[in-house]
Ligand binder design. Structure first.
Ligand SMILES: Cc1cc2nc3c(=O)[nH]c(=O)nc-3n(C[C@H](O)[C@H](O)[C@H](O)COP(=O)(O)OP(=O)(O)OC[C@H]3O[C@@H](n4cnc5c(N)ncnc54)[C@H](O)[C@@H]3O)c2cc1C
Length: 514
C-alpha cells in the first residue's frame, strides 16, 4: 500500500490550495474523480468577499455574515473568517490569481446583502476559472502527484483513527488502497441532488457519504441554498446569472414585463437569496410560467460587456443578446451550507480526518450563506487545517456537550407500497418537487420514505455513476430528515407548514452514525 503524509480528495479550490500548503509539510497525493478541473470552483462568477477597502472593516463583514446566517452562524468562526480574509487574499495574489484592478488597486464589487463593495473578481465574472487554472498550474509546476479519474469510495479507519482511503480507478474498475497520516476531504457540494442546479456533474455529496459511513458527524443539512437566477432555456443546463448582475442594477420582471420584487420586499432585487428565490417562485406560480426575466437593457452596454463578459458571451452563444433583450431565469439549487462537522481547524470527530470547502461545515454560513463567502471560507480554513496538521494534531473534536446541538441518527422508515427504481433523474425530480425551496411535512415525509426504500434497493456500486447515486441518496436522506425535523422556517429552509422562525429551533441538527 502506498503511504503518504497527506491524501487530499478533490481538486477544486479546497483540494488544490490545501495541497500547495501541504507540500511544505510532507508527501502529498491528490485523488480526483474526473479531470483536475472538473469542479464547482471553475464556475464561480461573482468573486471572493474580503474587507480590504479602507472604508470597509472585518467588523462590517462580520455583521453582514451574521445577518445572512439568520441566527445560526458560529460567531467565533465568523470572526476568524473575516479577520483572516485579507491575508488569504494576499496568498492568492502571490500565487498569481489575476484579480481585476481599477486605477492600480484591486477592484471591488458590491453584492446583495453586503453593506460595502468588497467582492474581488477576476476576468469580470470568470473568477472561479482564473483561480482554478492558477492553482492547478501551480500544482503541476510543483509536481504534486495527482490521480485523475480516481474516485474515493471508503475511508479506512482503525481504532477511531484514519489510516487511509480506498479508491476506484474509474478507467479500469479496480479498487486500490492508499494509506496516509492525514486524510483531507475537499469533495465539494451536492447540487446534483436537484433537477435544476447550477453545479458541476461532480457535485454528488461523496464527501458527506464517505465521512458519515466512516463515523463522522454531519450537521446543518437542511440548509441548501437555491440561487434565484439561473438561466432557464430549454435544453441548456442551468447557467448562473450572477448576483452581481442585480448588484449592478439588473431588474427582475415577470412574464408580463412587470417589476415584481418591490411588492415582496423593500430591498427589491437586492434582498437575500432565499427571499428573492421564493418571490420568483410565487411570481411564476401566479403567472403560470416556469420563468421570470432579468432586464439589463437599461444599463450602459459597456457595463454589461465588461463586468459580465462570460455571462454576456454564454447568452450570445445561445441566441440571446442581453444588451437588447430580457434574460429568462428561474431558481436552481446552488450551495450546501451543511456538511461534515469540523471545528475551526478543519478537524472532524475522527482522528486524522479533516474536511475543507463546501463539503465541510465550519459554521460560518449558519442557515444562509452570504454571497462570495464560500471561496473565502475555503482559503481561511484550509490554511488553518494545514497549521493544525503541522503541529501534529490527531486529537478528536468533542462530540457531545455543546448546548446548541441536537443529535440524531438515521432511523428506519415505512417502505411505500410501490416505489420506482432508484435513478439519478428520479432522485433529482423527487428532491426538486418534495425537498425544494418550499417544503412541508407531507412532501418531506413522502421523500424520506422513498429515499429510505431506495437505499435498500440499491445494488452494490461498481462504477462511478453507481457510487455517485449511492452517495447522493444517502446525502439526500440527511437533507430530507433534517428538513423534516426542523419545524420552523429559517434562512434557506422554508416550511410552508411552519412559515415563521422559532427561538426554540436556534440550534443545529447533527446526524451521528449509529
Ligand atoms: C455556478 C456557481 C457559481 C458560484 N459562484 C461563487 C462565487 O462567486 N463566490 C463564492 O464564494 N462561491 C461561489 N460558488 C460556490 C463555490 O464555487 C464553491 O463552494 C467552491 O468552489 C467549492 O470548492 P470545493 O473545492 O470545496 O469544491 P469543488 O470545486 O466542487 O471541488 C470538489 C472536487 O472534489 C472532487 N470529488 C468529489 N467527490 C470525489 C470522490 N469521491 N473522489 C475523488 N474526487 C472527488 C471533484 O471531482 C472536484 O475536483 C459558486 C458555485 C457555483 C456552482
Amino acid at each position: 500500500m502506498n503511504q503518504y503524509d497527506y491524501i487530499i480528495v478533490g481538486s477544486g479550490i479546497a483540494g488544490l490550495y490545501t495541497a500547495l500548503l501541504a507540500k511544505e509539510q510532507g508527501s502529498v497525493l491528490i485523488i480526483t474523480k474526473g479531470s483536475i478541473d472538473d469542479c464547482n470552483t471553475k464556475y464561480a462568477q461573482g468573486g471572493i468577499a474580503a474587507a480590504i477597502d479602507k472604508n470597509d472593516s472585518p467588523e462590517l463583514h462580520f455583521r453582514d455574515t451574521i445577518a445572512a446566517g439568520d441566527g445560526l452562524c458560529d460567531e467565533e468562526t465568523v470572526r476568524i473568517l473575516v479577520n483572516e480574509a485579507p491575508d488569504r487574499i494576499t496568498d492568492l495574489v502571490n500565487l498569481g490569481v489575476p484579480f481585476d484592478t481599477l486605477d492600480g488597486e484591486i477592484a471591488l464589487a458590491r453584492e446583495a446583502a453586503h453593506s460595502m463593495p468588497r467582492i474581488l473578481h477576476a476576468g469580470g465574472d470568470a473568477t472561479g476559472k482564473h483561480i482554478e487554472v492558477t492553482l492547478s498550474n501551480r500544482v503541476r509546476s510543483f509536481k504534486i502527484q495527482v490521480l485523475e479519474d480516481c474516485l474515493a469510495t471508503d475511508i479506512l479507519v482503525e481504532k477511531g483513527a484514519v489510516k487511509g482511503v480506498k479508491a476506484l480507478d474509474c478507467r479500469t474498475g479496480s479498487i486500490e488502497k492508499f494509506s496516509c497520516r492525514f486524510l483531507i476531504l475537499a469533495t465539494g457540494g451536492a447540487g446534483q441532488l436537484y433537477k435544476f442546479n447550477t453545479n458541476a456533474d461532480v457535485a454528488t455529496g461523496d464527501g458527506i457519504a464517505l465521512a458519515f459511513n466512516a463515523g463522522a458527524e454531519i450537521v446543518d443539512m437542511e440548509f441548501f441554498q437555491f440561487h434565484p437566477t439561473a438561466l432557464r432555456l430549454p435544453g441548456v443546463t442551468p447557467f448562473l446569472i450572477s448576483e452581481a448582475v442585480r448588484g449592478e442594477g439588473g431588474i427582475l420582471r415577470n412574464v408580463e414585463g412587470y417589476r415584481f420584487m418591490p411588492d415582496y420586499t423593500p430591498k427589491g432585487e437586492l434582498a437575500p437569496r432565499d427571499v428573492v428565490a421564493r418571490s420568483i417562485l410565487y411570481e411564476m406560480k401566479k403567472t403560470g410560467s416556469d420563468r421570470v426575466f432579468i432586464d439589463v437593457t437599461h444599463l450602459p452596454p459597456r457595463v454589461t460587456t465588461t463586468r459580465f463578459p462570460h455571462i454576456y458571451q454564454f447568452c450570445l452563444n445561445h441566441g440571446l443578446d442581453i444588451i437588447k433583450g430580457l434574460v429568462p431565469v428561474a431558481p436552481a439549487a446552488h450551495y450546501m451550507m451543511g456538511g461534515i462537522k469540523t471545528n475551526s481547524w478543519g478537524e472532524t470527530n475522527i482522528a486524522g480526518l479533516f474536511a475543507t470547502g463546501e463539503t465541510a461545515c465550519t459554521g460560518v454560513h449558519g442557515a444562509n450563506r452570504l454571497a462570495s463567502n464560500s471561496l473565502l471560507e475555503v482559503l481561511v480554513f484550509s490554511k488553518r487545517t494545514m497549521e493544525k496538521t503541522r503541529k501534529g494534531s490527531k486529537a478528536r473534536v468533542p462530540t457531545t456537550g455543546e448546548g446548541t446541538e441536537i443529535h440524531h441518527s438515521l432511523g428506519q422508515r415505512q417502505v411505500p407500497k410501490a416505489v420506482s427504481a432508484p435513478s439519478l433523474s428520479a432522485l433529482q425530480q423527487l428532491h426538486w418537487d418534495k425537498v425544494g425551496i418550499i417544503r412541508n411535512k407531507e412532501s418531506l415525509t413522502e421523500a424520506a420514505d422513498v429515499l429510505a426504500a431506495w437505499q435498500h434497493l440499491l445494488p452494490q456500486p461498481t462504477d462511478r455513476p453507481s457510487y455517485e447515486l449511492n452517495n447522493l441518496i444517502l446525502t439526500g436522506r440527511l437533507v430530507t430528515e433534517a428538513a423534516l425535523l426542523r419545524e420552523e422556517s429559517r434562512g434557506a429552509h422554508f416550511r410552508s407548514d411552519f412559515p415563521q422562525s422559532s427561538p426554540k429551533w436556534q440550534h443545529h441538527i447533527v446526524f451521528t452514525p449509529k
